[in-house]
Design a protein around this ligand. Structure first.
Ligand code: S3P
Length: 432
């Protein structure tokens, strides 16, 4: 894919697809509930389709009807053994959440993934589940995972890695485990699982102690299905927001965007950098906060972001780094260790690609330092993505300012935002 420089700014109302995290949960949770669920505006991307096909292979009746999903829930303990290994492609969310769900089922399963997913850490989900006596065999801490279904035992589980995927996997295991499982989360992470389970009448109690969140789940209580309207994805919106901020004469309006406070770090960071962003029509649907967002070209300044806020925008550092490259002062983004174990080593790829684009930057420990300058001397216009969708989209936005950039392996965009190129070109972008 080649992203060319644009001259006349970006204008219009790009359509942002449904939130990826909520779309996965909108298939998983209704499938193990009682009753029928209609899911509107779900994300039809490769990652979510992998989750969808997994539940179909486990006997859940899921019909696609006029862009909606109709899911007939089977209850907590009636999934059936799929007749082959479960392939999850690139999707870390599917892998971690399904590991939690499957270890309490009545059958054994094997989870596999593509080469990126197969190189990501899986002990982080297997180890806490083993405290509930789960039987999971990893391949040296990686995929494939061999999961032997059994009756789990409730326990008290500390989650010290800041990860909603780990937390959600353990919550899904606890739902099918007799008695109260107590999950102690030491860092804030996105809370879509808890929000949806409350709406589905799970017996879940959430309390806070200092910085810790305590989630107590009384298991073996059947869930009641409810219709879901998936809001649009803030992580996908971020590419358009930054593109509009850095390109002159730009003005975009994005509708129906999820601004859940455990996910909205990118908006707070950009505002700190002087972004002109307006919010309207704020409302709550299915307990998720939503609003419309307007973005105008802005003069950005650099910022220093503390490690504590990293998990509120962990997926947005690639595109935030592009914004920082056009600011009028340096930025430091601290505590980015988790970026090394995403779909690629994002910290390394941001650094290499920015340097190739002529942006001075460096990594010190797990902190990324960016020193923008007015002049971009491109050293190599080939962008290495290691098949990572967010690196590809972030540097497509970079291309709109300094292109042409030749972005390798850009098909990965289909994992989260298949209509990205089309939407970008509709508002004045030039990507071929
Ligand atoms: C996700 C959680 C995050 C995020 C991922 C989606 C989720 O991962 O990076 O894209 O849906 O729970 P971690 O929780 O492992 O940081």
């Amino acid at each position: 894919m080649i992203s060319f420089k644009i001259d006349n700014g970006l204008k219009g109302n790009p359509k942002i697809p449904g939130d990826k995290s909520i779309s996965h949960r909108s298939i998983i949770i209704p499938s193990i509930s009682n009753g029928i669920c209609e899911v509107k505006n779900y994300l039809e991307s490769e990652d979510v389709i992998n989750t969808l096909e997994t539940f179909i292979s486990m006997g859940v009746k899921i019909i696609k009807n006029d862009k909606k999903l109709i899911i007939e829930g089977k209850g907590l303990n009636s999934l059936k053994k799929p007749n082959k290994d479960i392939y999850l492609g690139n999707s870390g969310t599917s892998a971690r959440l399904l590991t939690g769900l499957l270890c309490s089922q009545k059958f054994d399963s094997i989870l596999t993934g593509d080469s990126s997913l197969s190189s990501r850490p899986m002990s982080r989900i297997a180890e806490p589940l083993k405290k509930m006596e789960a039987n999971i065999v990893t391949n040296n801490g990686k995929m494939p995972l061999i999961i032997k279904g059994c009756n789990l035992v409730n326990a008290e589980i500390d989650i010290k890695i800041p990860s909603a995927q780990i937390k959600s996997g353990v919550i899904l295991a606890a739902l099918n485990t007799e008695g109260i499982t107590k999950i102690i989360e030491h860092n804030i992470s996105r809370d879509h699982t808890e929000i949806m389970l409350e709406a589905f009448q799970a017996d879940i109690k959430i309390t806070r102690e200092d910085k810790k969140k305590i989630i107590a789940i009384n298991g073996k209580k059947e869930l009641q299905s409810k219709n879901i309207d998936v809001p649009s994805d803030l992580s996908s919106s971020a590419f358009f927001i930054v593109a509009s901020l850095i390109n002159k004469n730009s003005h975009l309006k994005l509708k129906n965007i999820n601004i859940n406070p455990t996910r909205n770090g990118i908006l707070i960071a950009l505002e700190k950098m002087g972004a002109n962003i307006l919010y309207s029509n704020q409302r709550t649907i299915n307990n998720e906060k939503i609003c419309d967002i307007e973005v105008y070209t802005s003069d950005l300044k650099g910022c220093d972001l503390h490690a504590d806020v990293a998990n509120l925008m962990i997926d947005e550092y690639p595109i935030l780094s592009i914004a920082a490259s056009f600011a009028n002062s340096p930025s430091v983004f601290r505590g980015l260790g988790e970026l090394k174990v995403k779909e690629s080593d994002r910290l390394k790829l941001i650094n290499i690609n920015l340097l190739n684009c002529g942006v001075d930057c460096k990594i010190i420990d797990d902190d990324l330092h960016i020193f923008p300058s007015k002049k971009f001397e491109i050293k190599n216009n080939t962008i290495k993505t290691d098949f990572d969708h967010r690196i590809a989209m972030a540097f497509a936005v970079m291309g709109s300012k300094i292109g042409p950039l030749n972005i390798k392996e850009s098909n990965s965009i289909n994992t989260s935002f298949p209509s990205f190129v089309n939407e970008f070109n509709t508002i004045g972008g030039k990507i071929s």
